[in-house]
Write a protein that binds this ligand. Structure first.
Ligand code: ATP
Ligand code: MG
Length: 652
């Protein structure tokens, strides 16, 4: 039967129902992991659409990742609602920027630089500053920080001193400010903008052009924001402009899952929301629908030790699901043994009938994935490494789509998707079996395999569909950045796992030095690491397996001990043979100011391991984070804005 307003509500508990049906005034949902925040949001949209309160095209649903946006779209389609714009801040802003640029600025949108390193190095050269890799990395991160924090270059020295930013790149703050200015000049000279510029420029246009703001507000009238605890000041500013003082806004979040502080995220926006928006309906959800009592118990224990501002907003989770197996804790000698052990366990489960896509292996740093990839490949278990971000920008995907489009045109009308897709993709390099290799070859295959699987899926869902139906589907997905997925075990960083869930979760490397990561040197940093563990644990529906390795490589001396976060759950954990908390590893306390920025991915915060990753300033799994458009640049074009140009209606 087709979904109706009533049937949409039937799948919700009373508090979730309140979220779905309170369509008057702002709504703020404060709730822990797995309590159905995302579900309540999605059902709110579906309920409002079915009851006639919302026109789906007028809803903007902001999600944290492209994958989450894709999942929301799929979920809404299953609930009988199409046309909702479910996007990340970035994707939504980019679309508006592309649309309005010709009228508001003139010409076409400049190209977006994939990473800042080259530009920052260039800025250093202009200032005759030495630009070694570490300095460029630190300065890039600092440029990004200032932009997402909405700190103007003119105020940077004061603001950075106030927040204890130390000496980024080993330079005094005044020099850093000069680098920031020059960086903007370099960008302007090259005619490019960076990742943060996309949001900043959108903010600038909406701010400066009431006609543009009116067109956007005409299009979007209802707003929902998922993962609101991780919103940055820049994103908040953009949201304010979109909403434009109206109150049809529903935000959901969990302060205990703030894991992007390094990127300017602050749960203050969430906690302060009811005060900023008088008349807000605050809803708290405490029933955990995702996980077994065993998993929920572990999550509660991890959080019970938390301290600081985030901890005060904590809500104890109450498990709803029937009991399952107890969490397991396993010590391995070294990383290779750990990877092999985990892979063997997964292979056994998959042989026993557990679908591979229902299993995830989560880790703190992307450097940990290599050993796991190898071990899974050796055990014959399919796996997916990349999160599907920027899927449609990948070269092999673009090439494949061109080939498919050509083949679709050549196809006789009425002929059906089956073998033909495989033939076409074979000419793009696809093979029936996954290549034994890891790295770029494997990535490429994975992309093409995702297209094959999508074709298969389509053939099952819509029998009789043709190649051109596939191409249409691909075009739709490309515009929504909704990547197809490969069936396999997910390998992901803890940061990338946010909001997702699997039946079985293996959390590897739960040791001192990795979780908390060695460079977590302030008390706040350590708390964020604890929240990462909480996020990881709460991804599991049925089984959670935690493990760690004493040494990095076989035969090396064991220097790592189990994570301090396990102290409360693991009696005598410190007694792993040979393992101890080494000097130089994270200590409990002190809130001393950071003096260096470690090699973290600008986008997801995982520790960067390979030289190539560090050069880029981001991990392989993440889309390029862009630096934000500097304010000076903003001012330059502001003065050039063509005020008279008429703005067309913005229709998505
Ligand atoms: P996170 O904080 O990790 O993002 P969340 O609060 O957004 O979690 P959801 O992902 O919405 O939680 O829900 C967790 C799981 O519980 C999902 O599988 C969802 O379908 C299920 N669930 C949520 N609410 C209910 C309910 N009322 N009845 C049955 N299942 C539910
Ligand atoms: Mg969620």
């Amino acid at each position: 039967p087709a979904p109706t307003a009533d049937s949409v509500l039937a799948g919700l508990d009373p508090e979730q129902r309140q979220v779905a049906t309170t369509l008057q005034g702002p709504v703020c949902v404060l709730a822990g992991a797995g309590t159905g925040k995302t579900r309540a949001l999605t059902h709110r949209i579906a309920y409002a659409a079915h009851s006639g309160a919302y026109v789906p095209q007028r809803v903007l649903a902001v999600t944290f990742t492209a994958r989450a946006a894709g999942e929301m779209r799929t979920r809404l389609r299953d609930l009988g609602v199409a046309g909702v714009q479910a996007r990340t801040f970035h994707a939504a802003a980019l679309r508006q920027l592309q649309f309005f640029w010709p009228q508001a600025i003139g010409g076409t949108l400049p190209s977006i630089v994939e990473h800042k390193a080259t530009l920052v190095a260039d800025a250093c050269a202009r200032l005759r500053l030495q630009a070694d890799r570490a300095r460029v990395r630190d300065l890039s991160a600092e440029v990004e920080w200032a932009k997402v924090m909405l700190v103007d270059v003119d105020d940077y020295v004061r603001e950075a001193a106030k927040t204890g930013r130390g000496e980024p790149g080993g330079l005094d703050l005044a020099t850093v400010a000069r680098v920031m200015r020059t960086y903007e000049d370099v960008k302007a000279d090259r005619g490019v903008i960076d990742f943060e510029d996309v949001l900043l420029l959108t903010v600038g246009i909406l701010d400066e052009r009431p006609d543009v703001a009116a067109a956007v507000r005409q299009q979007y009238r209802h707003f929902v924001v998922d993962e609101y605890q991780d919103v940055s000041p820049l994103q908040q500013r953009l949201l304010d402009l979109w909403v434009g003082g109206r109150d049809d806004l529903c935000v959901v979040g969990d302060a205990s899952q703030t894991i992007y502080s390094f990127a300017g995220a602050t749960p203050e926006h969430l906690l302060e929301f009811p005060r900023r928006h008088p008349g807000t309906t605050v809803v708290k959800l405490v029933r955990d629908y995702r996980s077994t009592p065993q998993v929920v118990g572990l999550a509660n224990t991890v959080l019970s030790q938390a301290t600081g501002a985030h901890a005060r907003a904590r809500l104890e989770l109450i498990a709803q699901r029937p009991p399952g197996p107890a969490p397991t804790f396993t010590a391995y000698d070294d990383d290779v043994a750990e990877a092999t052990g985990v892979a063997a366990r997964i292979a056994k489960a998959v042989r026993a009938g557990r679908p591979a896509r229902e299993v995830a292996v989560l880790f703190r740093t992307n450097g940990q994935s290599q050993a796991l990839e190898q071990a899974l490949a050796d055990a014959g278990v399919p796996y997916v490494l990349r999160g599907g971000e920027r899927f449609f920008s990948r070269r092999e995907v673009r090439d494949a789509v061109v080939l498919l489009r050509g083949a679709a045109r050549a196809q006789a009308p009425g002929s059906e998707l089956g073998g033909e897709v495989r033939d076409v993709l074979s000419s793009a390099g696809w093979t029936e079996r996954a290549p034994g290799a890891t790295g770029a070859v494997r990535d490429r295959w994975e992309s093409l395999q995702a297209l094959v699987m999508l074709a298969d899926e389509l053939a099952v869902k819509r029998p009789g569909s043709t190649l051109s139906d596939l191409v249409t589907e691909l075009d739709e997905r490309a515009s929504a950045q909704h990547a197809p997925t490969v069936d396999g075990v997910t390998l992901a960083s803890l940061h990338a796992a946010k909001g997702l869930e699997w039946d079985v979760v293996h959390l590897v490397g739960v040791s001192e030095g990795l979780l908390p990561i060695s460079f977590a040197d302030s008390a706040e940093d350590v708390e964020e690491e604890r929240r990462l563990l909480y996020v990881g644990v709460t991804r599991a529906r049925e089984e959670i397996h935690l493990s760690w390795a004493g040494a990095r490589t076989p035969g090396a001396r064991a220097t790592r001990s189990p994570s301090r976060f396990l102290d409360a759950v693991l009696p005598g954990a410190g007694s792993v043979p040979g393992a101890r908390r080494g000097p130089g590893q994270a200590g409990q306390g002190g809130s001393r100011a950071k003096t260096k920025t470690p090699a973290k991915c600008r986008s997801c915060g995982t520790l960067l391991s390979s030289g190539a990753e560090r050069k880029l300033g981001r991990c392989d799994a993440c889309p390029p984070t862009y630096d934000e458009a500097v304010f000076e640049r903003l001012r330059t074009w502001r003065s050039a804005v063509a005020k008279e140009a008429s703005v067309p209606a913005y229709v998505v």
